[in-house]
Design a protein around this ligand. Structure first.
Ligand code: GRF
Length: 218
């Protein structure tokens, strides 16, 4: 059983999914936020998980000093793995290097497409038909690093960013706990049968097939 700490800045729905999935493979020993009134902190407390706020404002522009305080708290909690779950701060090498190979992140796009912010708006603007989410190991480059799991969802014609985000979020809550558990166990990252599409597309309308033409009936 690995001890996991979760870093959040806001809502904490992925954090909640991880807490709910704790059990055999991992336990959540600390939820830490850089925002003192992040709603996720109350959710974690309600779930009986230790919480801590380390507001970055107290450190001014000194990002390394803030990260050193975060790192102290992670170590003090005995964390073995760190999961970023809506942690809205860019990391410096201090935390990235100290937790290399032991820090995971969830990103709301099918990386390497759409790193950064506003992924759903940008996916819609690009006209993609498939969108999704990615769990990956954290490296110094933002939203890069080895991919552990992905789930794809359709981008539908009437989608706005909120509708697409909601469809993706359902899959985030599914793949993050699964990817973390698989990572901890050191096994396959995802059950084989669902490796390509963790969320199947809606069935396409049946297209009559012309056997002689070897294609759709025209
Ligand atoms: C999620 O969309 C996650 O992919 C991204 O930030 C958002 C956090 O949402 N990194 P929540 O706080 O987990 O609800």
């Amino acid at each position: 059983m690995k001890r996991v700490a979760i870093l959040i800045s806001g809502r904490g729905s992925n954090m909640e999914a991880l807490i709910r999935a704790s059990g055999d493979a991992f336990e959540v020993t600390l939820v830490l936020s850089d925002v003192a009134d992040a709603p996720g902190l109350a959710l974690a407390r309600d779930a009986g998980v230790r919480t801590l706020a380390v507001p970055h404002r107290a450190f001014g522009r000194d990002r390394a000093a803030h990260e050193a305080a975060v790192d102290d708290a992670l170590r003090e909690a005995g964390a073995e793995i760190v999961c970023l779950a809506g942690w809205m701060r860019l990391l410096t090498p201090l935390l990235v290097d100290r937790w290399a190979g032991r820090m995971l992140n969830i990103h709301p796009s099918l990386l390497p497409a759409f790193p950064g912010l506003r992924t759903h708006e940008r996916a819609l603007a690009a006209g993609v038909k498939l969108h999704g989410c990615t769990v990956h190991l954290v490296t110094q480059a933002v939203d890069e690093g080895p991919i552990l799991a992905q789930a794809a969802v359709p981008a539908l014609p009437d989608d706005d960013a909120a509708a697409l985000a909601a469809r993706v979020l359902v899959q985030e809550h599914r793949i993050y706990p699964a990817a973390l558990a698989a990572f901890v166990r050191g096994g396959a990252a995802w059950p084989e049968a669902s490796a390509a599409l963790a969320c199947p597309l809606p069935a396409p309308a049946a297209v009559p097939y012309d056997a002689r033409e070897r294609g759709p009936v025209r």
